[in-house]
Write a protein that binds this ligand. Structure first.
Ligand SMILES: NC(=O)c1ccc[n+]([C@@H]2O[C@H](COP(=O)([O-])OP(=O)(O)OC[C@H]3O[C@@H](n4cnc5c(N)ncnc54)[C@H](O)[C@@H]3O)[C@@H](O)[C@H]2O)c1
Length: 387
């Protein structure tokens, strides 16, 4: 019989649903050495919470997330709250002896991220995880394997864009548009994924960031909730709507990153391309089951980009857990794959695809910080300057 792992989740909206689905699906599709049990869900709205818990199968509810720290039955705490509370919640749970899985970006600020990293370092027997879910799209995991096998040779260029278009002036002042809650805008939200993907796929680290631009196009947004007559109806959006920057990797590769919430015509274009001396790879989340591969070994006669469907056991590391070959996966499967890998790690097995922990996500956060400094100071920033 496998050992169980009691999970408590904080946050019950977008990621609350994605994570609840992941924990619910793991035992249906995987047989990891620990089986997740949906023990407790915590969020602020008591009425919504009860409905949510019934719908997704959480056994207990609380509107006081700190109660979880005192609950000896809980093994792993999963954090799906806005970026400004990640540090407080993660550190409290680590101090209470829990394993922690936190949403990305690790935090809204580098200081918070560092405190989280330090808290994790003090407790090496407890595991930390960060939900950089795109690593577990089969096409990305396959690209990672091909790079490791040397199929594209030394990497010369990384080109990464994460373009969305939902952030127009009609969208109200959500926490995502407030620096005190989010830390940054498209940057922490979207560039965080790109930097993680670039570091993961290349296996290399950024050494310098150059020429960043951060822009806020929509500066005022409607305030949420009921207002007294005569009260202000709008508030200031003080985060970026887009951030672009260049970077160099230790191995010499050049990289470009661009994140925007105002790129009309692009819904969720999380795209990364690697150009190496022997070939190139490209992934686009809008066609997420496909990996594009250009192999110079094909020669000039038959050479060209190959469109590889990553839906078979040969190129899909989680294939045996899902559907027969050639049946597609979607957004939610990345989270399920990740939850299953966490259960492998907590059962002392290796994850199928490497998992980012707080230490790893802190390195991504340093690159994000370097880009913000570069944009503000209008200068290049060496990573050695960002502690
Ligand atoms: N991995 C991904 O692809 C991905 C996608 C979206 C969001 N995220 C990340 O997930 C996190 C949550 O984002 P979301 O889109 O789910 O936000 P959301 O606004 O949809 O949900 C936030 C939840 O946190 C709760 N909450 C807010 N402040 C709280 C507090 N102080 N104490 C307890 N609960 C609190 C809210 O009640 C709500 O249930 C963010 O860090 C975000 O960057 C990651």
């Amino acid at each position: 019989m496998t050992k169980t792992c009691n999970v408590a989740l904080i946050g019950q909206k977008f990621m609350g649903r994605a994570h609840s689905n992941a924990w619910a699906q793991v035992p249906h599709f995987f047989d990891p050495p620990r089986t997740p049990v949906m023990h407790t869900i915590a969020a602020r709205d008591a009425a919504e919470l009860e409905v949510f818990a019934r719908k997704w199968g959480w056994r207990n509810t609380t509107t006081r997330w700190r109660d979880i720290a005192r609950d000896d039955e809980v093994d792993l705490v999963d954090i799906g709250t806005p970026n400004d509370v990640h540090a407080e919640q993660s550190i409290a749970m680590l101090e209470a002896g829990k394993h922690v899985a936190c949403e990305k970006p690790l935090a809204g600020t580098l200081a918070d991220a560092r405190a989280m990293r330090d808290a994790a370092r003090k407790r090496p027997k407890q595991s930390t995880f960060v939900w950089f879910n795109y690593r577990r799209c089969p096409a990305v995991a396959f690209a990672h394997q091909l790079v490791r096998e040397g199929r594209i040779g030394r990497i010369l260029h990384v080109r990464a864009t994460y373009l969305q278009s939902w952030g127009g002036p009609d969208v109200p002042l959500l926490w995502r548009f407030q620096k005190k809650h989010a830390g940054s805008g498209a940057h922490g939200d979207l560039n965080a994924h790109l930097v993680d993907l670039a570091r993961f796929l290349t296996g290399d680290e950024v050494v310098e960031v150059h020429g960043a631009i951060a822009k806020t196009f929509v500066k005022e947004r409607a305030l949420l909730g009921p207002r007294k007559p005569g009260a202000r109806k709008t508030g200031r959006s003080d985060v970026d709507d887009c951030v672009l920057f260049l970077a160099t990797f230790k191995g010499g590769a050049t990289a470009s990153f661009e994140a925007s919430r105002l790129a009309q015509g692009h819904e969720n274009r999380n795209r990364i391309e690697l150009n190496g001396e022997r070939g190139s790879l490209a992934f686009d989340f809008e066609d997420m089951n496909v990996l594009q591969f250009f192999d110079t070994q094909d020669g000039p006669r038959e050479g060209g980009w190959r469109r590889i469907m990553c839906t078979s056991a040969g190129n899909h590391p989680y294939a045996e857990n899902w559907w027969p070959d050639a049946h597609l996966l979607g957004y939610e499967h990345g989270f399920v794959n990740m939850a299953a890998d966490m259960m492998r790690v907590l059962g002392h097995r290796k994850p199928v695809v490497p998992l980012p922990d707080f230490e790893d996500a802190y390195q991504t956060q340093r690159v994000l910080e370097a880009a913000l400094v570069s944009a503000k100071e209008r200068c290049a920033v060496k990573m050695s300057q960002v502690k």
